[in-house]
Design a protein around this ligand. Structure first.
Ligand code: ZN
Length: 193
């Protein structure tokens, strides 16, 4: 049975590396895959999934006006697909998460999504909220805080190296950096300095 998977974590946990490895496993067996990435994440170049360890793969950029079900259905009509991958899945709209659910339920294709659970304010991204609600399988990609505890939260550091407490949920690229922390150290970081 095909399923909708959500692999979630904080920043820099190796989600894209996992995606690329999983896609490679299909391609190695001669199976065709489709990969999507949020258009606003163009750190690696538009339409490219890149991991920190140097692997890359072409992907179709999507924005929230795209109908992912229609796009997959059209690709599937050409040559059968074996699996659909979505990177930066936190940027999906709720509607798009349902479109992916329809890919699973109506086209019988597994869909593997990878994304951040929470933003630097400590709130769920809409796409992640919907995935946590309706995905068949939830898989946590673990990374650790500097203290050794599991990191579940993320802080944004500005160009001055200080923690940013305000601002838009979505801001990719630029000179800001993100650091993954455990809940305790995240709370400490955002409440005092
Ligand atoms: Zn910690």
């Amino acid at each position: 049975m095909a399923k909708l998977y959500f692999h979630y974590s904080t920043m820099n946990a190796g989600k894209s590396t996992m995606l690329l490895q999983a896609a490679y496993n299909y391609q190695e067996r001669g199976m065709r895959t489709a990969a999507f990435i949020a258009a606003l994440d163009d750190r690696a170049g538009r339409g490219m999934i890149a991991s920190r360890i140097g692997l890359t793969m072409d992907a179709i950029p999507f924005d929230i006006s795209d109908d992912l079900y229609a796009m997959v259905e059209e690709m599937q009509a050409g040559e059968p697909l074996a699996c659909v991958f979505v990177d930066e899945a936190q940027f999906l709209s709720r509607e798009q998460v349902w479109q992916l659910a329809h890919v699973v339920d109506r086209l019988g294709l597994p869909v593997m999504t990878y994304g951040l659970r929470t933003d630097f304010h400590g709130r769920l991204f809409p796409g992640s909220q919907e995935l946590l609600t309706i995905a068949d399988e939830l898989r946590e990609v673990r990374t650790i805080c500097h203290c050794g505890r599991k990191a579940t939260m993320v802080v944004r550091l500005g160009a001055d190296g200080k923690v940013v407490r305000e601002g838009a949920q979505i801001e990719i690229g630029g000179s800001d950096k993100y650091v993954s922390l455990c809940r305790h150290h995240w709370e400490e970081a955002i409440t005092c300095e």
